[in-house]
Structures are given as C-alpha cells and as structure tokens.
Write a protein that binds this ligand. Structure first.
Ligand SMILES: Nc1ncnc2c1ncn2[C@@H]1O[C@H](COP(=O)(O)OP(=O)(O)OP(=O)(O)O)[C@@H](O)[C@H]1O
Length: 251
C-alpha cells in the first residue's frame, strides 16, 4: 500500500515568523503517529498544512489519490438552545441514514446515544460523537488536533483506547496532536517531537529518552508510560477478540 501523506522539506512562514522549518514526514497506512511539542511549536499549523487547509511557503505536501480524511477538532460549539439529537447532528450537513449513524456510533463506543440531545452529553461522550462523525466518511486517516482537551486523565485514556480500537477494526491510520504525553505516547506507533523543526522521532520509548525531548518536557513521562501500560490490560487481535499479551501489542 502506498504512503497516505508525505511532507518534503516543508517550510511555513506566517509574516516574519518561521513556523515550520524544513519538516519531512510520511504517514503509512494503519499507523498511529502522535505529534508532540510545546505551545506555539507549529503542531496545528503542520496538521493544517498536511490536510491542505494551509499552503506551505516552500516544500511539498503529497496526499494519496482519493485520500479520505476524518477530522476531529479540539472542540465544537453547539448552541445550547438548539434541541438537536445525536442522530440529527450526524445527519448534517448531508443525510446518511439511520443504519450508518448506528454503525458509526457503535464503532465510536457510544451505540446507545443516538436519540440523546447533543447539549446533555458529557465531554467524553461528545468527543466520541465527533469521532463517529469522522468515521462516517470511511476515512483512510483520522486526524485529531488535541481532541481530548477538557477531559480528565481517565477520560482521555479511554478516548485514545477507543481510537486504537477503531484503528484495529477499520485499519485506518491515525495522526494526532496532543499535550497529554503520558497517555498518547503509549498508544502510538511513532512519536514526532516538533519544535518548528523535527527535534526527534521514533518509537515512544526512543523519543521519551531522547535528549531533545527531555530538554523540552523533562523526564516525567516515563513512569506515566508504565502506568498507562498497566491500566491497559488487554489488546485485540485482528478478528477483534481480546488477547492479554499487551506487552506484545504495545511493547
Ligand atoms: N493565522 C496565524 N496568524 C499569525 N500567527 C499564527 C497564525 N497561525 C499560527 N500562528 C503562529 O504560529 C506559531 C505556531 O502556531 P500553532 O498553532 O501551529 O502551534 P501549536 O504547536 O499547535 O500550539 P499549541 O500547542 O499552543 O496549540 C505560533 O507562534 C502562532 O502564534
């Protein structure tokens, strides 16, 4: 299968500011890649450039032909006076029908929410509905820009586990930006530490112990990585069955 997204020597300048500096990147089918970096380090700009919402100043971005992208924003404001159900929300802007809505909600782990009003949902339920909305597009890649902001640590961990499950079931790639290093790094195949340029990248353990990463974030995430592993006591095989060799799945 071919590369889904590729950036070659991408520079982005906004006014006098060099936001991205010769960034190279590839996303292969089925990978979970997380971009970490301090505030203002260009993470959102990079995502926007990859999905075509922002043009690079120089360098090239290539998207696979016909690539389907499911985007999950940080948050979405719903007018609290609008009496809209989850099912109705998922049928906007174009009607997809009850069966697809049911399937997408089930894949997002909230199969029972279709008739609930959007305004009454908890933060975690709301983000799962956004996940369901992204899944309606049958995406080749899910793109999440700090999709768990406002959730507590348990809520975030549970949301990212859902993302892992979706990846295993649907086989889509996942590209995400997150500040929650301890949670997302353990759920990722590859981590990229961005600070205008790519500081370091690789498997989560490799990045967590890289001097460039430690200079930016300190050393505190190592223990939390272990904690996450401990919490995550099962994985799924290709058929979706539970297996208990989580070291194999995440080690
Ligand atoms: N439209 C814009 N106009 C002016 N400056 C911008 C614009 N978009 C981004 N920037 C600047 O580019 C830099 C990178 O911003 P970006 O939002 O990509 O960083 P980030 O790593 O996603 O930050 P955060 O973690 O705080 O969300 C920042 O200095 C920001 O102020």
């Amino acid at each position: 299968m071919k590369t889904l997204l590729e950036a070659r020597d991408v520079d982005v300048r906004i006014g006098a500011l060099r936001v991205l500096d010769r960034v190279n990147f590839r996303l292969e089918p089925g990978e979970i890649v997380t971009i970490v970096g301090p505030n203002g380090s260009g993470k959102s700009t990079f995502l926007r450039t990859l999905i075509g919402a922002h043009q690079p100043t120089s360098g090239t971005v290539t998207r696979a032909d016909g690539l389907r992208i499911g985007y999950i924003p940080q948050k979405l404001q719903i007018d609290s006076t609008l009496p809209i159900t989850v099912a109705r929300f998922l049928n906007l802007p174009s009607r997809v029908g009850a069966t697809k809505v049911r399937e997408a909600l089930a894949q997002a782990g909230v199969g029972d929410l279709a008739q609930r009003p959007m305004v009454g949902l908890s933060g975690g339920q709301f983000q799962r509905v956004l996940l369901a909305r992204a899944l309606l597009a049958s995406p080749d890649v899910l793109v999440l820009d700090e999709a768990t902001q406002g959730l507590d640590q348990t809520g975030s961990a549970s949301f990212y586990r859902q993302i892992e499950e979706v990846r295993q079931t649907l086989g889509c790639a996942v590209l995400m930006v997150s500040h929650e290093l301890h949670v997302v790094m353990a759920a990722s195949d590859r981590v990229i530490c961005l600070n205008g340029h790519v500081c370091c990248e690789g498997a989560p353990e490799h990045v967590a112990s890289a001097p460039e990463y430690r200079a930016l974030f300190g050393t505190g995430t190592q223990g939390a990585l272990a904690l996450y592993r401990h919490d995550h006591d099962h994985a799924h095989d290709e058929a979706g069955n539970c297996v208990h060799d989580h070291q194999e799945a995440h080690g």
